[in-house]
Design a protein around this ligand. Structure first.
Ligand code: DPP
Ligand code: ZN
Length: 889
């Protein structure tokens, strides 16, 4: 497949000033009339008007009311000759939303019309210069059946509405802000709204609406609160105000991604809007808050200032993920502060940071080590939809976080202010952003920092220390290297901020004093590693310190530090940085799990059990933190750390490890579960959520060990639960056990929520993710196949696919990679089936096997055969072809 190169970017010869769209909405034959005022682009070379259109039936095309002089068509591209400076191009197309199973462009969901245009869906609605550097003012008229679609929404302000003959009605919307076509949206459906009026920082009253199906109105309060909090936060933190009189969010059950930041009309996957205690877990509540914030924040970072081309995607995504992460940390910190003071706030923030690091390590590190490895600003792609990646989003956010660390909060804020003052209303590049950050900070040198935008691969930082007892100095040497990635062999040194602390023998941090400084300062210092290797000499130390490096996970790198078990245990007990304390526990657990995988007769070392017990029994620690530190590293992350990766051996080891940890501390787990009771009605609050998380983890360990009291407790908590977090936590424990009551509990859960699509997703995922705790149990694959026949399952609904197939492919390696290759063959069947319906969803599933070369040889041959089968299958979409092609390259 041809690939598109970043270096080939050229501005278009013609751009668009205003667009007038008219939709005559009919499920199977919607007619779109599109009137564009096209203007010659003075900054570009002369050329034709270029429009893109895909899967459209073109009914007519005129230029200034006439048949065009000359039209060339090649594939999706339409080139039209035009004279003069300004011409009106009018194109009429017919589309079939009902037949659109790709969920890109205009499609139907439960009888309503919805759109998704990022990245290139608008060209599936009408012919248009469908690129983000074309920013136009949109006017949209919708016309539809009143009974089927009583609500008609588009971007901006409602300027007119009325009745039409034949039971139809219309609405006209005007968006005062120029925007690229990927931010266009419409909704025509039978919905109701929760409304709120709030005042912005400048005293303007704005109307907020969250639109859902009538039956869901009792679960939108949290989304609305999250929206209001996001508005306040952006005003207070960045001085950014909502620029519209009306801001709408619409929830839809069929949606490829999480949500979409269309101007003034965000469209969301229901999963990230709907939440009430009986149906949503604490994690769901947290996700709703952060996704609502993310999309809202895009209004400035993405919409007012957008991307010049799709290679710049991280310009808006990395920055906006960083913003939503900071927002969530602030919200959690604020709530925790009310309950537990500044210490509680610090812990809540750290726990949020640990969550973010977990995601990065589980999803982005493997991506950076495989055939899809790319810089946060890629140089080429075949299908842009495949580049909405953990690298562009999560690593992109880490890059922004490093800038924030290097410039400090004020310097960063000054840079943001300058960014908006220069680029408001424009489509710009990552270079523009970094340059402005430098300019706002007295020319702060960021030239070398720019390599984070161009180099792929996870850098390694190797640290070693030299203690000199004679003069009380400690020399820390840091060396960096980045492994080769596809198409990028030589790597240059990066700017890596390494936050460092030195812990004394008593477990307390030393105030740090570097050679040449007159007195000791703070206990954590950010060391700037810019060379291949650099040494830092700390002086004035009373005894040999234990280094604690990369505190707060100050850079997206893999830290290689030779630490023996005793040091890891020491840091697990004493590291003042919660992120590193957690990381010490993860490193120790990783070491134990991988040793057990390498040697099936190896047991759990007593010293690890001791260190684990010390954390478990430390009631002074925030329960949320303990839940993080006592949870084993994820299976995907461990597989990445194992060479060669052997998922079956790892699973066997994890089963033994869980059992041992459950059985060895049964009394402690039972007592912890008891102690973590949360009194009173459910509230979404980090203090309560932490207690519930720890209690649920306790049940998991007890159930894994087959502890009778623990299983009885899980059953009792399942029966008596008054909220989803506790009910689902107990169910998850029962399912991850050999307990005979597991089937009854699954059935009871199903009966209770049989009509609730989102809760059934949890029910599907839980079964697809189940391990086999009993060698005689049926393989999970049999269960997954049976569940595909369940009436609630559908290959057409992305959430269902992600829940059942996605969980099995991506979160159950020990079952998916069954030695007989049955999982791989099933994977190929499903990727081929999905490819025909929804290439974006198919490509996501296809990615589950891309790191196959990292596996043991026996699995490689089985996987290669299935990759080849998919690649050879007919009508392969560019989306799937790129993934499978790169995997086989
Ligand atoms: N731009 C969207 C988001 O990340 C993805 N469709 O919010
Ligand atoms: Zn985004």
């Amino acid at each position: 497949a041809p690939s598109i190169q970043r270096a080939d970017y050229r501005p278009l010869a013609w751009t668009v000033e205003t667009v007038d769209l008219h939709f005559c909405l009919e499920p199977e034959a919607t007619v779109v009339t599109n009137r564009m005022l096209c203007v010659r682009n003075r900054e570009a070379e002369a050329g034709q008007i270029r429009l893109w259109g895909e899967d459209l039936e073109r009914l007519s095309l005129t230029v200034d009311g006439q048949a065009p002089q000359a039209v060339r068509e090649q594939g999706a591209l339409l080139e039209i000759d035009a004279d003069g400076e300004r011409v009106v191009v009018e194109v009429q197309t017919r589309i079939n939303p009902k037949a659109n199973t790709t969920l890109s462009g205009l499609y139907l969901s439960n009888g309503g019309f919805f759109t998704q245009c990022e990245a290139e869906g608008f060209r599936r609605i009408t012919c248009f210069p469908d690129r983000p550097d074309v920013m136009a003012r949109f006017t949209v008229t919708l016309e539809a059946d009143r009974a089927a679609c009583p609500v008609l929404l588009s971007n901006g302000n409602l300027v007119e509405q009325g009745e039409l003959p034949g039971g139809r009605h219309y609405a006209k919307w005007e968006d005062p802000f120029p925007k690229p076509s990927y931010l266009f949206a419409l909704v025509a459906a039978d919905l109701v709204a929760l409304e709120r009026k709030v005042e912005t920082m400048s005293g303007r009253e704005v109307l907020l609406q969250v639109w859902v199906e009538a039956g869901n109105l009792d679960r939108v309060e949290h989304a609305m609160d999250s929206l209001v909090h996001s508005m306040r936060w952006d005003e207070e933190t960045f001085g950014l105000e909502l620029d519209l009189d009306r801001f709408m969010i619409v929830a839809v059950a069929d949606f490829n991604m999480g949500a979409m930041e269309n101007k003034g009309l965000n469209i969301f996957n229901t999963k990230f809007i709907l939440a009430k205690p009986d149906t949503a877990t604490d994690i769901d509540y947290e996700n709703v808050e952060s996704v609502v914030a993310h999309e809202y924040f895009h209004n400035w970072t993405g919409n007012r200032v957008t991307c010049r081309d799709w290679f710049q995607l991280t310009l808006k995504e990395g920055l906006t993920v960083f913003r939503d992460q900071q927002f969530s940390a602030d919200m959690l910190g604020r709530m925790a502060n009310e309950a537990a003071g500044p210490e509680g706030a610090a812990s809540a923030r750290a726990v949020k940071r640990i969550d973010d690091v977990r995601v990065l390590r589980a999803a982005q590190f493997p991506e950076d080590a495989g055939p899809m490895a790319h810089p946060i600003r890629p140089d080429s792609y075949q299908e842009i939809n495949n580049f909405y990646t953990a690298t562009v989003y999560e690593k992109g956010a880490e890059v922004i976080r490093m800038l924030h660390t290097l410039l400090g909060p004020e310097g960063f804020r000054n840079g943001m202010d300058l960014y908006f003052s220069y680029f408001d209303g424009q489509a710009v590049t990552c270079d523009d952003f970094v340059e402005v950050m430098s300019e706002a900070n007295n020319g702060f040198d960021l030239d070398q920092f720019m390599r984070w935008y161009s180099q792929a691969g996870t850098p390694r930082v190797k640290a070693s220390g030299q203690w000199n007892a004679a003069d009380g100095s400690y020399t820390l040497t840091l060396a960096q290297s980045t492994p080769a990635t596809p198409g990028q062999h030589a790597k240059l040194p990066l700017v890596i901020p390494v936050a460092a602390g030195l812990i004394g023998p008593d477990g307390r941090d030393y105030p740090l004093r570097l050679e040449g400084e007159s007195q000791p300062g703070a206990t954590t210092r950010v060391l700037k590693l810019t060379e291949e290797a650099q040494s830092f000499r700390f002086v004035g130390l009373a005894a040999e310190p234990v280094p604690s490096l990369l505190r707060g996970f100050s850079a997206p790198v893999i830290l290689e530090l030779d630490e023996d078990d005793a040091r890891l245990a020491f840091r697990m007990a004493h590291d003042a940085d919660p992120c590193n304390r957690w990381d010490a526990a993860q490193r120790y657990a990783e070491r134990v799990a991988l040793a057990m995988a390498a040697d099936p007769s190896a047991g759990v070392p007593a010293a690890f059990l001791e260190a684990f017990r010390a954390l478990l029994g430390n009631a002074a620690l925030d329960p949320a933190f303990r839940a993080q530190a006592l949870a084993l590293p994820g299976e995907a992350y461990l597989l990445e750390r194992m060479t060669p990766a052997d998922p079956l051996a790892l699973r066997a080891a994890l089963v033994r490890l869980m059992r041992t940890l459950g059985a060895s501390f049964a009394a402690e787990w039972l007592a912890t579960c008891e102690a973590m009771q949360v009194p009173g009605p459910y509230r979404y609050h980090p203090a309560d959520a932490g207690r519930r998380a720890l209690a649920n983890l306790a049940l998991r360990y007890l159930a894994a060990a087959g502890n009778a009291q623990g299983l009885a407790l899980a059953q009792a908590r399942f029966d008596a639960a008054t909220n989803m977090t506790e009910r689902f936590g107990a169910l998850a424990a029962l399912v991850q056990s050999t307990h005979p009551a597991r089937e009854a509990a699954l059935a009871a859960f199903h009966a209770r929520y049989r009509d609730d699509a989102l809760v059934l997703d949890k029910w599907f995922a839980l079964q697809a993710g189940a391990w086999r705790w009993d060698a005689a149990a049926v393989p999970t694959l049999e269960r997954v196949k049976a569940l595909m026949a369940d009436p609630a399952f559908s290959l057409s609904n992305p959430n269902k696919v992600y829940a059942l197939l996605g969980t099995y492919f991506r979160a159950n390696a020990g079952e998916f990679h069954a030695a007989d290759g049955s999982g791989h063959a099933f994977w190929a069947d499903q990727v081929i089936a999905l490819n025909a319906r929804n290439p974006q969803v198919a490509a996501r599933m296809a990615r589950a096997l891309e790191n196959w070369r990292h596996f043991v040889p026996a699995l490689q041959s089985s996987i290669r055969a299935q990759l080849e089968r998919v690649l050879a299958s007919p009508n392969l979409s560019p989306d799937v072809a790129e993934i499978v092609g790169k995997a086989l390259d």
